[in-house]
Design a protein around this ligand. Sequence first.
Ligand code: FAD
Length: 441
Amino acid sequence: MNPKRILVVGAGHVGLYAALRLSKKLSSREAEVIVVDPQPHMTYQPFLPEASAGNISPRHSVVPLRRELRRCKVVAGAVTRIDHERKTAVVQPIVGPTREITYDHVVVAPGSVSRTLPIPGLHEHGIGFKTIGEAIYLRNHVLDRLDVAAATTDPEVRRSALTFVFVGGGYAGIEALAEMEDMARDALRYYPELEPSDMRWVLVEATQRVLPEVDRDMGAYTVQQLLKRDMDIRLDTRLESCVDGVVKLSDGDSFRSDTIVWTAGVKPSPMLDATDFPREERRRITCLPTLQVVDGDRVVEGAWSAGDCAAVPDLTKPPGDYCSPSAQHAVRQAHRMADNIVAVIRGREPVNYKHKHAGSVASLGLHKGVAQVYGIKMTGWPAWFMHRTYHMSRIPSFNRKVRVVVDWTLAFVLKREVVALGQLHDPREEFAEASQPRAKS
Ligand SMILES: Cc1cc2nc3c(=O)[nH]c(=O)nc-3n(C[C@H](O)[C@H](O)[C@H](O)COP(=O)(O)OP(=O)(O)OC[C@H]3O[C@@H](n4cnc5c(N)ncnc54)[C@H](O)[C@@H]3O)c2cc1C
């Protein structure tokens, strides 16, 4: 028989794990696995707050695709269109013209993007927190603002530099806010010109609680901990505008800030608009519990999806509930999906995905955390320790695990680095200035 071609769109939590498992379980006579992603690495997103805070090296919070997926063909590019009727995807490589790839099975896993609102000034001044680039930019930016505040004599410039606004109180927002504040507070020991009370860290959350992934009392505990650190927590409040860096909130307050981080939820990848897959009202691809794409009650043969871009029924909850967008589900769905693709190729029946969400762990800075796992609630150091051990066990490959543990140990023994490398974001500036043709004098 001819080997089946399996095209994996996106090498994130779903794509990387699915491709790894498929390439291990299927021989080259049975299938070839092609993985398309514009990034050369998978980003382990739960480590972004720690990478941003300097506890983990950015390179160690990502997983290089070519190193891990040696038995797959990796294409550096973005899938821009899928015509499943013709079982054909259009790929835009990172360089050169587009090309078509035909397939027998497609794994659609491009994940999600930040869900934004048409808030004046947000497009110009806001930044998301979903990619390694954003996390490292934010780190350099926050440390750079400390330098600006220490150098200026203008109280307005100083206030704006030291005001940091985070919009959205899910785990991404809370962890990013808490880790960045912890890092900045740590850095202040080297800034005799600045006091911790000069900084203002603001959380803007539209609902009445934070961390909806855990029980209300754990959300309330988190708010208390952040308040103890003098953070400005605005619940039931929305960002209304941030034109020219002037933040206007729905409670009537208004102030300047150089830093506006948007972490208020995600929506499925817009790439799905250029496909012929069926989708539900939140624009996710409709799936069966087997991770097969389904149109009404017709299984779309050869199409599979999972993770943030897929509506997968949660069989541990009442009918009508879907799995939450989380790494926890994404990785487990990837395994189930890969096993199901192998089963279908070998003429067997696919099996339903069923996993009861174990709970959540969140870091609130060094030695601080909150966790609720299988109903057991933990706070402070034990929760933080659990956060680290859990994610260390989940990041793919032994190589990454060792590197992450070494980073943590070094930061513990030698203290973390708190230097801004903002030049990374504009590396040619100095050379361009030096090589500028000058008029002869
Ligand atoms: C800061 C942060 C912290 C988090 N912490 C936790 C946590 O503690 N616990 C937890 O369970 N979850 C956590 N999550 C959520 C979790 O990371 C996501 O739910 C998970 O990554 C979803 O996996 P995915 O494979 O669907 O998408 P992703 O992992 O985002 O992967 C999508 C991949 O598709 C690629 N791609 C996009 N478009 C295209 C295209 N057109 N063509 C080809 N490739 C494409 C992208 O480059 C990316 O590699 C966190 C998320 C963030 C942002």
